[in-house]
Ligand binder design. Structure first.
Ligand code: SAH
Ligand code: SF4
Length: 335
């Protein structure tokens, strides 16, 4: 809940500062239970506990990778489970959170697609993943110690109101207090929602999963392109109101022999010319049910070299491959 909603659940005759006390206790002090909010009179706490619930998701399973990556299977109030991944890095950790249970978009290279959509997450469940992982790893004291990527299960822009509400709570200095510069949302390219995102005062940085260099190939790999065409997606990116510190990110999953040729790389450069952007290449992370191959490192390097001449281009190092925690592998696999 945002501050305005907390005002609604408090008894109407309580002074306005009560909602602020509650808001700060939940998101800034990050208390785990209502009884711990000693600044609130006991009577209010009791009343609150009758019409609201405070808590974090519960751990169902934790998988630890040899590279330090940790994948959590978290249990929600309705017993559905969702995955959240912590990737420790030298300077700053990255927490990868989910926006939906499963995903309704059927990208052919992604294991999450095989689940279909069970439901969207609430804003509380999105923020809850961050607070849970931060608490479990001693990151709560200092928000600057981690970045957030909304790149877990689900298509975040098909749950935009909750993703935006969660972002506002994460970024409000009176709440979790993270910087918008350290939160990134990734989309498969839902064009009208990209436009809506651009209008928000508080919003994460935007990453777009490009994954193909022609309309035809993108339609094959990402059937959602049949509805939202590549040409219009690039146009929406051109029109997107970047903040002065911001660049667009394009992600490109390399599938051996499918979209990883030098000609593909040159077409990517042409498509993205005139956009203020960088490119992250991801060599396919394989898994059961995925009918593609991971390209050789030489192929990946050749692709990168071509794109790099025109714009910043990086290879995303796979994290947690051995525990099914890497991009495209989140399908509640037991590893
Ligand atoms: N649904 C959003 C965010 C989650 S997916 C989106 O698609 O953008 C995060 C990234 O993982 C996307 O860029 C996606 O293209 C990529 N990805 C999906 N399956 C993959 C796989 N098997 N190997 C490597 N990357 C994959
Ligand atoms: Fe959904 Fe993203 Fe996977 Fe596509 S790549 S199926 S949009 S999670």
């Amino acid at each position: 809940m945002e501050l305005s909603e907390l005002r609604q659940v408090l008894p109407a005759d309580e002074p306005a500062y009560r909602a602020e006390q509650l808001y700060r206790a939940i998101y800034r002090q990050k208390v785990g239970e209502l009884v711990q909010i000693s600044s609130l009179p006991a009577k209010i706490r009791t009343e609150l506990s009758q019409n609201a619930e405070l808590g974090l998701p519960e751990v169902d399973q934790v998988y630890n990778s040899t590279d330090g990556t940790r994948r959590y299977l978290l249990r929600l109030a309705d017993n559905r489970t969702v995955e959240t991944v912590l990737m420790p890095e030298e300077d700053r950790d990255t927490v990868c959170i989910s926006s939906q249970v499963g995903c309704p978009v059927d990208c052919k290279f992604c294991m999450t697609a095989l689940m279909g959509l069970e439901r969207s997450l609430t804003a509380g469940e999105i923020v809850g993943q961050v607070l849970f992982v931060a608490r479990d790893n001693g990151l709560l004291v200092d928000n600057r110690r981690f970045n957030i990527v909304m790149m877990g299960m689900g298509e975040p822009l098909l749950n935009l109101p909750n993703v935006l509400k969660a972002t506002r709570i994460l970024c409000d200095p009176n709440a979790v207090g993270m910087s918008e510069r350290r939160i990134t949302v990734s989309t498969s390219g839902i064009i009208p929602k990209i436009e809506e995102l651009g209008k928000q005062a508080v919003r994460p940085k935007l990453a777009i999963s490009l994954n193909a260099s022609t309309e035809e190939s993108r339609q094959e790999l990402m059937p959602i392109t049949r509805k939202w065409h590549l040409k219009d997606l690039i146009e929406a990116c051109r029109a997107y109101p970047l903040r002065e510190w911001e660049k667009l990110t394009f992600e490109y999953v390399l599938l051996g022999g499918v979209n990883d040729s030098d000609a593909d790389a040159r077409r990517v450069v042409q498509l993205l010319a005139h956009l203020d952007c960088k490119v992250n290449l991801i060599a396919l992370n394989p898994g059961p049910g995925i009918p593609y191959l991971t390209p050789d490192p030489e192929r990946v390097a050749s692709f990168q070299n071509i794109v790099k001449r025109a714009m910043p281009c990086f290879i995303r190092r796979p994290r947690g491959l051995d525990i099914y925690a890497a991009c495209g592998q989140l399908k509640r696999n037991t590893a």
